[in-house]
Ligand binder design. Structure first.
Ligand SMILES: *Cc1c(COP(=O)(O)O)cnc(C)c1O
Length: 429
């Protein structure tokens, strides 16, 4: 198949993320990828700013990860997890228990981030059911959040950009506190918590859990909020006997400058969702970590088991590559790499601050965000980035990057310069 034939079939028959069938946006066929470069079938190479949505932290086609996958495939690619277990799953669970905050002692493996969120939400409901308080079955979250695209995840995504009106009557309706306004770098203002505090005080009898993304709100707005907000949320959850679910699917494994973003606030959640970078971007795998308190309560109640078990649970290939990825991360000087990314992003994106079409530039760890005043025109801006030799995929008003941790300063400089040039060009339009 030539790339023209491939593109023609793709255009006719294949859905892409958040895509239209009748008005598809430009599409680029990829031949291979290595390190921080994505190679297109026409031979062009793009410096990757997206890490394939937070996941490719070590770069593409990493020899250690590829070898781990191949070795595992030669032994055991999959076996059902009901009644059977295996070394890759046990090793991975032991690493995750070790590196996550203390009370998180139990591991549930699932096949994608969204499923991990569903699992954590089900655990929270089963926890209070088992505790003899079945009326505590609703959720409280904060606006501008993102937790995945399946139904229960959607019900706690931001109600506006999560399109709740389309699904009204089908989505469960939960509670939304105002989004935190006090940024990571601002001085803490305790009024930032007013809306959350009021809701949890009024609704705690019906709440099983608060769910949020700690410190970094990802796809719901790319915002960085104050650690004190999270510390206070933890206190309020304890005070009102509500579980705290931390969705670290985007932030887990170092992206925000801490191994887990909860560490910025020195708190531990009752349930923690991991995904995305877990396998270094090789394949889909997620995990929910739970405290023993949660696990034991669920197991005491009726039906005495946790009611979930995906077919590909703890897939050995995914677990083996996750083991390799997490070990590689922990053995690397990742703090230093993230620090360098942060400095390079600050320097490289600084010129955007002066553009009249730019509302805000913000950076935290390995995440750089340029928030525009108006939504970008994807049909125009996407080819402009590709022309400059970089892969940047904006959405709405957000032009953002979270490069692989191994990106060298030279490549980072090319990436940020391309963003500045393209956005500068947009000013005169
Ligand atoms: C991406 C993401 C999810 C959903 O993960 P999928 O693997 O896409 O299902 C959930 N929560 C957060 C914070 C995410 O960034």
């Amino acid at each position: 198949m030539t790339s023209d034939e491939l593109l023609a079939f793709d255009r006719q028959h294949i859905w892409h993320p958040y895509s239209s069938i009748s008005k598809p946006l430009p599409m680029y066929p990829v031949e291979s990828a290595s390190g921080v470069r994505i190679r297109l079938t026409d031979g062009r190479e793009l410096i990757d700013g997206m890490a394939s949505w937070w996941s490719v932290i070590h770069g593409y086609n990493h020899p250690v990860l590829t070898a781990a996958l191949q070795e595992q495939a030669a032994k055991l690619s999959h076996v059902m997890f009901g009644g059977l277990t295996h070394e890759p799953a046990v090793t991975l669970a032991s690493i995750l228990v070790e590196i996550t905050p203390d009370p998180l002692d139990l591991v549930f493996f699932a096949d994608s981030g969204s499923v991990a969120v569903e699992v954590a939400m089900k655990m929270a409901i089963q926890y209070f059911h088992a505790a003899g308080r079945p009326s505590k079955k609703r959720f409280l979250t904060i606006r501008s959040g993102y937790h995945g695209d399946v139904f229960h995840c959607m019900s706690v995504c931001d109600p506006v950009n999560g399109m709740h009106q389309i699904f009204k009557g089908v989505l469960p309706e939960y509670f939304f506190a105002d989004r935190p306004e006090c940024s990571f770098y601002d001085e803490w203002d305790k009024n930032d918590l007013n809306s959350f505090e009021k809701l949890i005080e009024e609704q705690h009898d019906s709440l099983c859990a608060v769910i949020l993304e700690p410190i970094v709100q990802g796809a719901g707005g790319m915002r960085f909020y104050h650690p004190e907000y999270l510390r206070r949320v933890r206190e309020l959850c304890d005070h009102y006997d509500v579980l705290l679910i931390a969705d670290e699917i985007a932030t887990g494994f170092g992206r925000s400058g801490k191994l887990f973003a909860c560490e910025h606030a020195k708190i531990a959640p009752d349930l923690l969702c991991l995904g995305k970078a877990l396998t270094g971007g090789y394949m889909s795998l997620s995990a929910v970590l739970a405290s023993r308190k949660v696990g034991e309560m669920i197991s005491k109640g009726d039906p005495g088991v946790f009611m979930h078990g995906p077919t590909y649970m703890a897939n050995p290939l995914a677990c083996a590559v996750a083991n390799a990825s997490v070990t590689l991360l922990l053995e690397s000087d990742w703090q230093h790499n993230i620090y360098n990314l942060e400095k390079g992003l600050q320097l490289g994106l600084a010129p955007c601050t002066d553009f009249k079409n730019v509302a805000d530039v913000r950076i935290l760890g390995g995440i750089g965000v340029v928030e525009m005043r108006e939504p970008v025109d994807m049909a125009h801006i996407q080819p402009a980035f590709v022309e400059k030799g970089v892969w940047v995929r904006p959405f709405g008003r957000l032009v953002y990057v979270m490069p692989p941790y191994c990106m060298e300063q030279e490549d980072l400089a090319v990436l940020t310069a391309a963003i500045c040039e393209v956005l500068d060009g947009e000013q005169s339009k």
